[in-house]
Ligand binder design. Structure first.
Ligand code: ZN
Length: 272
């Protein structure tokens, strides 16, 4: 079982850089950290010194199972159908199916997701254009070989666990990759239009940019719980579906106002 602290308890005032977190390096080398007990939890069960409030802030997460990816695949299909109903952005020509296969990696977190290989894709049917329109995807985050959910969860592990080695052991993602993703979350993602659009959707204050993606996942969990109207912890896969919806527009420049587009497509599916 993997436990991830969603709200980062024991991290001091909201917005502060938590102890055990370095702004210069996504992952710290081995040092004492209050978050270290989270690493222990990865070896099974709740951390021994875990308070009730901390327990409440933890997301109990089994491995992401096939059912989770079935949900994402369905949403990807709907999004692709909405894009296909439109026209080529470049020449207004008709869009044809041009799906292709990918070989996604799930690491230790999402092995089940490796079976979902179809990347929805469309191709302009007009001669002389033939440009590809790549619909936003909840499963694939850009061209990364790892599934989007792995990029998020392994990055959260990298933020919450005490050592590089522990995060790599828990996620199955090489530490160099984790570091690269860390730089992306810190330096690239906050500057993307997707983030600008996304952060505006949150009631202020938005998730702390310096602590992405943990701050985003924590906030989505808290918002889900609030909208649910109960004290119940939201299901981990519901939080991860929300996160995938939020991040889907990163994947492609084929649609304008990606966040609004994905939201509308998902709403259409729920209504239908
Ligand atoms: Zn075209």
């Amino acid at each position: 079982m993997v436990e991830i602290s969603l709200s980062g308890s024991g991290e001091g005032p909201e917005g502060a850089i938590p102890r055990g977190y370095s702004t210069s390096g996504f992952l710290r080398e081995e040092r004492p950290s209050p978050l270290k007990k989270l690493a222990k939890s990865l070896r099974g069960g709740s951390p021994p010194g875990c308070s009730d409030s901390e327990r409440r802030t933890m997301l109990h997460l089994q491995r992401l199972v096939g059912e989770f990816f079935v949900r994402l695949e369905k949403l990807d299909q709907v999004i692709a159908a909405v894009v296909a109903a439109g026209r080529c952005r470049h020449c207004d020509g008709p869009l044809h199916q041009g799906n292709y296969q990918r070989k996604p990696r799930g690491g230790l977190i999402a092995t089940a997701g490796e079976a979902f290989t179809r990347r929805h894709s469309l191709c302009c049917g007009r001669r002389g254009c033939r440009k590809r329109a790549l619909p936003p995807s909840l499963r694939f985050l850009g061209r990364r070989v790892y599934l989007g959910a792995v990029v998020v969860l392994a990055s959260v592990l990298a933020q919450t666990m005490a050592t590089v080695r522990a995060a790599t052991a828990a996620s199955g993602v090489p530490w160099r990759t984790l570091r690269r993703w860390g730089s992306w979350w810190r330096e690239v993602f906050p500057r993307l239009p997707t983030w600008a659009e996304l952060r505006a959707h949150f009631a202020p204050p938005p998730p702390d940019e310096a602590l992405l993606p943990q701050s985003l996942v924590a906030r989505l969990g808290a918002d889900l719980q609030r909208s649910d109207g109960t004290a119940r912890e939201p299901a981990a896969d519901d939080v991860m579906v929300m996160s995938a919806r939020c991040l889907a527009p990163v994947t492609t420049g084929s649609v304008v106002e990606g966040s609004r587009f994905v939201k509308a497509a998902v709403a259409q599916m729920v209504a239908g």
